[in-house]
Design a protein around this ligand. Structure first.
Ligand code: XIL
Length: 347
């Protein structure tokens, strides 16, 4: 189906009695060059972007709209962002991002309902009314309920594991116990039965102790009848280190009856990046796309940002950078083309 023009969309929304959003719809790319979203569609995958609200409204709206078929809010749906004070919600930036995605025929990957990081102070300091189990399920009911029917995938629980595959000693594990994960999925399912519910983590991309832990965790959830649909692999990778076992690893989760996705891909290089490293990165992006295409049940690949200039990597990993598909001047890197062609299945 061709993308609707903005007036057509507005008319359709008005006819359906929907709230008219102010988000802008961008047309499809006009050049002959295939976009990432077109390439991914050829193999029935999504090409996703971990974005910011400012990115979508100011920095890279056109790239986000034309190149990607899924949007993950990078920070705007996290607990500290939406509920800075218990029971008081700030939905503005998250709403804008969902509206942007809808205006541009994009999926939304909700990120994230329960995570040990970027929590509001009132949780960190234990200054909440009631039991944490109830506070958590209430938060999930409110957030997943607000966006019910509009989210394709939710990262219900993010980063629950230690490097050795045991459960991370988060405030949720401490206060609620192991059942917090099952409780969170049940609450999300009740609030939004249509969304695919994911658990998401990093350093679980290849076979190893941590992904074994993930395998045990989701196997146990499935045995308990917990409504879980998928496993997200963040894939914050180091150049030259796409795990050889990544395909085998993703496949074993699909064999359990789950879907999988690469949810936050970036490939960092120790700065300054030389030609050889950039060439390796070009290969690495293609390798990850090839893994997703080789695994039936891999729904798509999300990259964690547009340009090397606004990635989370340099501030978080000092000395590292250049991890994305566009350079600091928003010029496509070689990695963009290798990733695109691999996503299309033509590489
Ligand atoms: C990062 C964001 O990109 C940054 O802007 C923020 O300062 C910290 O979090 N794993 C995740 C993401 O699940 O939410 C993180 O995003 C990156 C690591």
């Amino acid at each position: 189906m061709p993308a609707l023009t903005r007036p057509a969309k507005l008319a359709a929304a008005a006819a359906a009695g929907l709230l008219i959003s102010s988000a802008i719809a961008y047309g499809t790319a006009s050049g002959q060059e295939q976009t990432l979203r077109e390439a991914a569609a050829q193999s029935d995958r999504f090409a996703g972007l971990g974005a910011t609200a400012t990115g979508l409204s100011e920095t890279y709206p056109e790239i986000a709209a034309t190149e990607f078929s899924s949007i993950t809010p990078g920070n705007e749906m996290k607990w500290e962002s939406v509920e800075p004070t218990q029971g008081q919600f700030n939905w503005g930036p998250a709403d804008e991002m969902v509206e942007f995605a809808e205006a541009n025929d994009q999926q939304v990957h909700g990120h994230t309902l329960v995570w040990h990081s970027q929590l509001p102070d009132w949780i960190e300091n234990g200054q909440y009314e009631g039991e944490l189990a109830d506070v958590m399920t209430e938060h999930i009911a409110t957030e997943a309920g607000r966006y019910a029917g509009r989210i394709d995938r939710w990262d219900v629980v993010n980063e629950p594991l230690n490097e050795d595959g045991t459960l991370r000693d988060s405030v949720f594990l401490q206060e609620i116990g192991e059942s917090y994960i099952a409780d969170a999925f049940r609450a999300a399912d009740a609030a939004d039965p249509d969304a695919k519910l994911y658990v998401n983590d990093y350093n679980t991309d290849g076979l190893g102790a941590k992904s074994d832990g993930m395998y045990e965790l989701v196997s146990s959830l499935l045995e308990q009848g917990v409504p879980i649909d998928g496993v997200g692999f963040q894939s914050h990778l180091i150049v030259g280190q796409v795990p050889d076992s990544m395909q085998e690893n993703l496949q074993r989760f699909v064999d359990l009856g789950l879907e999988v996705a690469v949810t936050e891909l970036d490939v960092r290089i120790e700065m300054p990046a030389d030609e050889a490293e950039l060439a390796q990165q070009t290969e690495d992006y293609a390798s990850v796309a090839n893994v997703c295409l080789a695994v039936d049940g891999c729904t798509g690949v999300t990259v964690w940002g547009v340009s090397d200039g606004d990635s989370w990597i340099p501030p978080t990993f000092p000395g590292w950078g250049a991890p994305l598909l566009w350079d600091e001047n928003y010029e496509k890197k070689d990695a963009y083309f290798s990733f695109r062609d691999a996503l299309a299945g033509t590489a």
